[in-house]
Structure formats: C-alpha cells, structure tokens
Write a protein that binds this ligand. Structure first.
Ligand code: HEM
Length: 507
C-alpha cells in the first residue's frame, strides 16, 4: 500500500513539475512574442487578431474560403502605406510596396532569399521537393554556381533554336482548336495552354515528347497538387497535423514522388546516352547534369540535387506561362478593340504564314504590350521575399537586419499610386514611348535572382497568342467568372472556357 502511495505521490509531483515547466515555457514564448512585437511595432500594420496568433486567423480564414490572400495584402497596402507588418506567432514579415526599397533590396546580392519561405520548400510534407535548386537555393555561392552553368541554355542564340518547337507545339493546339470550332464544342483554354507549355518544357528542357493534347498524363495534375500543397505548407504550420487534411497531404507526397521519380528516370536515360557516346542536346537537362559533380564523385546528395533542379524547371518552366496565356485570352474577351488592334498587327507581321520566326517576334510590339499588361494585373508568380542582410530605412522607418521582406508584384501592379486606374486593362501603359514603371512592376522579380526563363516564356507566349489571334475568334461561355485562384501561382478560377470560331468564317 505504502509503495502505491509513494508512486502516486511521485507521479503527481512529476505531473505538477511538468505543468509548471510547460507554463514557464509558454510564458517564455509569450515574452519572446512580446519582444518581437516591440521590435517591429514602430512599423504600421493592421490590428492583430490576437496577441499569440497575430494576423494568422485572418489569413487562414481567407485561404479556407478559397479567397485571394493577395487582395487582402493589397487592401492593407492601400491603408498602411509603403511598408507594413504582418504577425503570426513569433514570426513577422513586412510587405513592401516602395520602389526605392524594392530597388535597394532586390537589385543587391546582400539580401538572400528569405529562409522562412524558401527553406520550407526544401521539403513538402516531409518529401524532398525543390531542395537546393535554383529558385530555393539561399547560399549565394551555391546559387551562383548553378546559375552560371544554366545561363547558356537561356542565351538568345540558344532560344532562337527553340522557335521550331514553340511553333510545332502551338500548331498542335491550333489543330485541336480547329476541331473544337468545327464541332461547336467548348474549349477549356487554361487546360489547352497548360498542355502546350508542358509539352514545350518537356521537349526543350528534357528532350521528352509528351504530346499532352492527344494523350492523358498525370503530370498536369501532379504539378497543380504540388503547388496547392506548397501554399498550405508555407502559410499554415499546423496544416498537416489536422486529421482531415491527411488525404490531401498523402496526395501531395505522391505527386512530389511522381515528379522526382520521373526526373530520376529521365536523368538516368540521358546519362546512359552520354556514357554511350551518343550525341545529346545541349538542353536544360544536360546543364542540370553539369551542375552536379563529375560522375566518379557522384554522391547520393548530388543525385538529389539534380532532381531538385529537375522539379524546379518542370514547375517553373510551365505553369506561370500557361496561366499568363489563359489570363490574356480571358481579358481579350472583354476588349474587342484590343483584339482588333492585335489582329491588325499580326496580319501585318505574320500574314497567313504558319511558321513564326524569331525576327517576327520582335515586330509584334503591341502583343508584347498586351502580355506585359496581363502580367501587371495578373502577376502569375505574385511575389518574392528576402531576408535583410543589413539594416535599411523605408519611407523614414528603420527596418532591422534579419527582417523578412515580402515584395508583391501583384500588389504593386494594382496600386493606384503606381498605375492610374489600376483595374483598367490598358496595354498602352507599356507603349515603347511611355515612361517605364519605376521598380513597381516586376512579374519576373528583379536583380540577380530574377527569372531565368523570362525571355523563353515571353517568346513561347507570343507564338501561341499570335497563332490564336491569326486563326480564331473566341468568347467566354456564359457562367465564367473573372476571378483569380491562388494556388501559390495565380490562375483564372473558372478555367477560361470559350466558344471558338474560325476567323475566316467570320469575315
Ligand atoms: C510568365 C512566365 C513566368 C513568370 C511570371 C515567372 C516569374 C518568376 C519569378 C517571379 C521568379 C522569382 C521567384 C522567387 O523569387 O521566388 C522566377 C524565378 C525563376 N524562374 Fe520564372 N517565371 C516564368 C517563366 C519561367 C520559365 C518558362 C522558366 C524556365 C524555362 C523559368 C525559370 C525560372 C528559374 C530557374 C527561376 C529562378 C532564378 C534564380 O533564382 O536564379 N521561369 N520566375
């Protein structure tokens, strides 16, 4: 009996000690939160929902309701000015919409990519995802080494050589649209352009023919699931702990596995071809293999690193361009006058010829303006973030070293103080004689970490749009909205379903 009394005494004392310990830890954590508040409360910002959770409840509610978080950021930027703070537990991130600060931070290599976002993307729910690839690498040396090796695959000389593939794949989409028009069916434009851009990246980056317009493939869905998973993973630290999210987390992990195992297979095939002395293209895959160590010293980590870049290019090289095209097609449905102007330009530059040349692209000036304006209103990769390497001042406000800064090209593109009547779709803002926007328009980011595939993407987009304008008229079918879906990248929510007619039938 005495033994059990003693045991229960010891256990209850241990329990009380544990409770006290937890309480002390909690109080310590609260003090730490208070300290971060004091460090940043001189910076304006919306009132916190709660001391502990900061603005997280608002953010999570918007995400739960399928809303556009970036519109909330825009609303706050309108109220709180060029820099404002967002809190979540002990974390603070500042949203910056100040051209001078944007220039100072993004154009310099002193401020690395922000660890709280990019470190997280190393893994996705426990599966290695973007790892140390080009987008996520934070260490400057590690990033620079990769970028130098990859650069030649994006030189204008190399890009010229891709015109054949751009034309060929876009032509397949036109063939499909032609069938759709003949049969009076509906064209799911977002899906179609997704097939084109994925076909293009698979072919020119990895030398693989997917032909997604004629075959089914698990890749488009896998990419979408990974991107959606990324937003929850980065924005909601508790997402995977909630039992109701388990099936989705499993789906994301499987999608991630599919991409990485596909990469492993394609890399293995290419390396075998290289070892057999076969001639291989100097494409992105060859460069990815080069970014890793020489074969004799190839370690497991080197293999993983190659897959990091495989997944990076597979995702970065496709989705954002497809979404830009879909938004552009969507906007043109409500601007017949812009469509007409585009038609005249396409007729003058290309006429009825099928093969669009590199030189033609340079002459499609108004189409460039339209594509730029599309990215102003619909910045498909809506922002980037940095960790301050040294203290700076924004609008007279001191920002301490180590602070996380978010730069949203979506927010800047829609602020009245940068673009008059911002919701108006007006390609003349980008007329060659118009003043260039001063560090408030950066859909491809800016500075050393800006998009490597910018020219690639805009060449591809121009080829697809020019052919579309040359051959078809299109209208949104009833019931379509102009809403935006935030899946990490931005896409048109209702998929831009259109009725399509041959142009010649219209004349
Ligand atoms: C409309 C199409 C595109 C848009 C709007 C876009 C936008 C961006 C943005 C905003 C970044 C910076 C990301 C960040 O800081 O987190 C970025 C980086 C990058 N993009 Fe793109 N991108 C597009 C197409 C492409 C294409 C087609 C490729 C490849 C074929 C590509 C490859 C990359 C790479 C490799 C990086 C990382 C660059 C570095 O840090 O060195 N992108 N892109």
């Amino acid at each position: 009996m005495a033994f059990f009394d003693l045991l229960s005494n010891v256990l209850s004392n241990a329990f009380i000690a544990l409770l006290i310990l937890l309480l002390v830890a909690f109080l310590g954590y609260c003090l730490y939160i208070k300290y971060t508040h004091m460090k940043y409360d001189h910076i304006p910002g919306p009132p916190r929902d709660s001391f502990l959770l900061g603005h997280s409840p608002t953010i999570l509610r918007i995400m739960r309701e399928g809303g556009m978080l970036h519109d909330k950021f825009l609303e706050w930027a309108e109220i709180y000015g060029p820099v404002y703070r967002i809190n979540g537990l002990h974390l603070v991130i500042l949203n910056v919409a100040c051209p001078e600060a944007t220039k100072e931070v993004l154009m310099s290599a002193k401020h690395p990519k922000d660890g709280s976002t990019y470190k997280k993307l190393f893994y996705l729910f426990g599966k290695r995802f973007l790892g140390n690839g080009l987008i996520t690498a934070q260490d400057h040396e590690m990033w620079y080494k990769q970028r130098r090796i990859m650069d030649p695959a994006f030189s204008s000389l190399y890009l010229r050589g891709l015109m054949g593939t751009f034309n060929e794949r876009a032509e397949k989409m036109m063939e499909r649209l032609s069938e759709i028009a003949d049969k009076n069916m509906e064209a799911k434009m977002l899906q179609l352009v997704n097939c084109v851009t994925l076909d293009v990246i698979a072919k020119v980056a990895f030398g693989v023919e997917l032909d997604l317009l004629n075959t089914t493939s698990p890749f488009p869905k896998a990419i979408e699931v990974c991107l959606r998973g990324m937003t929850y993973y980065v924005r909601d630290g508790f997402f995977q702990l909630k039992p109701k999210n388990r099936p989705f987390v499993k789906e994301v992990r499987e999608a991630c596995h599919l991409l990485r195992s596909t990469g492993a297979k394609w890399i293995h095939q290419r390396k075998t071809a290289m070892q057999n002395g076969e001639e291989v293209p100097k494409d992105i895959l060859t460069h990815i293999i080069k970014t890793s160590a020489a074969e004799e010293t190839m370690t497991e980590e080197n293999e993983k690193f190659m897959l990091d870049n495989f997944v990076t290019f597979f995702i970065a090289g496709q989705e954002t361009t497809a979404n830009q095209l879909a938004f552009c097609i969507m906007e043109l449905t409500r601007h017949p006058e812009i469509q007409e102007k585009l038609r005249k330009e396409v007729e003058e530059v290309i006429g009825m010829k099928q093969e669009i040349s590199y030189d033609d692209l340079g002459k499609l000036v108004y189409l460039s303006q339209v594509l730029k304006e599309t990215l102003r209103l619909y910045s498909t990769a809506p922002g980037t973030s940095r960790e301050l390497g040294e203290e700076i001042t924004i609008d007279g406000i001191r920002i301490p070293v180590g602070t996380s800064l978010m730069f949203s090209s979506y927010v800047c593109g829609r602020l009245e103080r940068f673009f008059k009547d911002p919701l108006k779709f007006d390609p003349d803002r980008f007329h060659p004689d118009a003043p260039k926007p001063y560090y408030c328009y950066y859909p491809f980011a800016l500075g050393p970490r800006s998009c490597l595939g910018q020219n690639f993407a805009q060449m591809e987009a121009k080829v697809v749009m020019a052919k579309l304008i040359q051959r078809f008229n299109w209208e949104l079918v009833p019931g379509q909205t102009f809403e935006i879906e935030d899946t990490g990248t931005l896409r048109p929510k209702s998929g831009v379903v259109c009725s399509v007619k041959h142009r010649k039938n219209d004349i």
